[in-house]
Design a protein around this ligand. Structure first.
Ligand SMILES: O=C(O)CCC(=O)C(=O)O
Ligand SMILES: [Fe+2]
Length: 317
């Protein structure tokens, strides 16, 4: 396509009726989800379970969070690479991100909040963020059920997969780069999770790379989130699903933030037998998903970790 503006991401509606398992609208949405993930690696999910009021509260809470001193934010540490506070050491405000592991557990969110606001003056940060995490995890589970079902993978395997998911909620903050120059503020990369679900604050800037190598700006609709396939979903699907290569490219006078729910399997991911046949021989060995992040540490020096082929080096057959 010559003009990237003409190309739009598929949109899937996750209104109440599409969320009812076994209905006609579920099956239609399921087909759209699979097609979008195979062809685009992503889609826009219209999901009004997250109200405008909650969205506003989330982004106000993030502003307050990122306004804290860097020393405080650095207390958000993790044993797993990329899960704790990360910033540009030259100037932390260029791009910073931080995250809460097991974010669907209110106690974990409270623990994070206590680190950031030891005096307890968090203005209901925990309540707001936990509500958002729960709603996004519910959307993730619907997407996962649709994906498993569309490939005919046994329901029991899906249930056990969902029981093993860990939800890491991440927050990004970007300084306004100014309007004169459009800057790539987050370099092209694929996410390392199974699925990520993202919404930005008022300021756009997310771009996704489609099959024809065009960078497409994501035009968010009201109540929408972008759902992206990560490296682990490509491996799980035995290469049927493509991971979404994306970047943040912006020129604006306003600061930008984004909230991103990412799903990880806490144990070993097995490629389902249903996705292996003569035409599609098994391309990945069973792999420990969280260990993948440790493997990436070694690839950091070369910058190769940003590309999705790292997972092939990690567990490719
Ligand atoms: O802020 C965004 O829109 C993208 C963030 C992102 O790609 C990430 O955190 O992995
Ligand atoms: Fe990303």
């Amino acid at each position: 396509m010559d003009n990237p503006k003409l190309q739009k991401l598929p949109v899937v509606n996750f209104g109440q009726e599409n969320l009812q398992h076994g209905t006609k609208s579920w099956s239609l949405a399921r087909n759209e989800v699979r097609h979008a993930l195979e062809e685009y690696g992503c889609f826009l999910a219209v999901y009004d379970a997250v109200s405008f009021k909650l969205r506003d509260s989330v982004f106000s809470a993030l502003e307050k969070l990122f306004d804290l001193p860097v020393e405080t934010k650095k207390k958000n540490t993790s044993d797993t690479l990329f899960f704790g506070y990360i910033c540009d050491d030259r100037d932390p405000s260029i791009r910073e991100n931080m995250g809460i592991e097991n974010s669907t557990d209110i106690e974990e969110v409270k623990k994070f909040s206590k680190l950031m606001w030891p005096q307890g003056n968090d203005d209901n940060f925990s309540g707001i963020i936990h509500e958002c995490a729960n709603l996004l995890s519910e959307l993730e589970q619907v997407v996962i059920r649709m994906v498993f079902e569309s490939y005919g993978v046994e329901k029991l395997k899906c249930d056990s997969h969902i029981d093993s998911i860990m939800y890491v909620l991440r927050f990004n903050n970007y300084k306004a780069p100014g309007v004169d120059e459009k800057t790539v503020i987050a370099p092209p990369h694929t996410d390392k999770c199974l699925i990520s679900i993202l919404a930005p604050s008022q300021v756009n800037g997310l771009e996704v790379n489609l099959k024809d190598e065009q960078w497409i700006p994501v035009d968010f609709l009201p109540s929408s989130f972008v759902v992206m396939a990560g490296d682990a979903l490509m491996a799980w699907s035995n290469d049927r699903i493509r991971p979404c290569l994306h970047r943040v490219h912006m020129n604006a006078n306003a600061r930008r933030s984004s909230v991103l729910m990412t799903s990880y399997h806490k144990g070993v991911v097995h490629i389902p037998q249903e996705l292996i046949d003569e035409e599609n021989p098994q391309r990945y060995k069973p792999f420990d998903h969280l260990e993948y992040h440790n493997f990436l540490k070694k690839e950091l020096q070369t910058g190769q970790h940003l590309q999705c082929d790292a997972i092939k080096r990690y567990c490719g057959v």
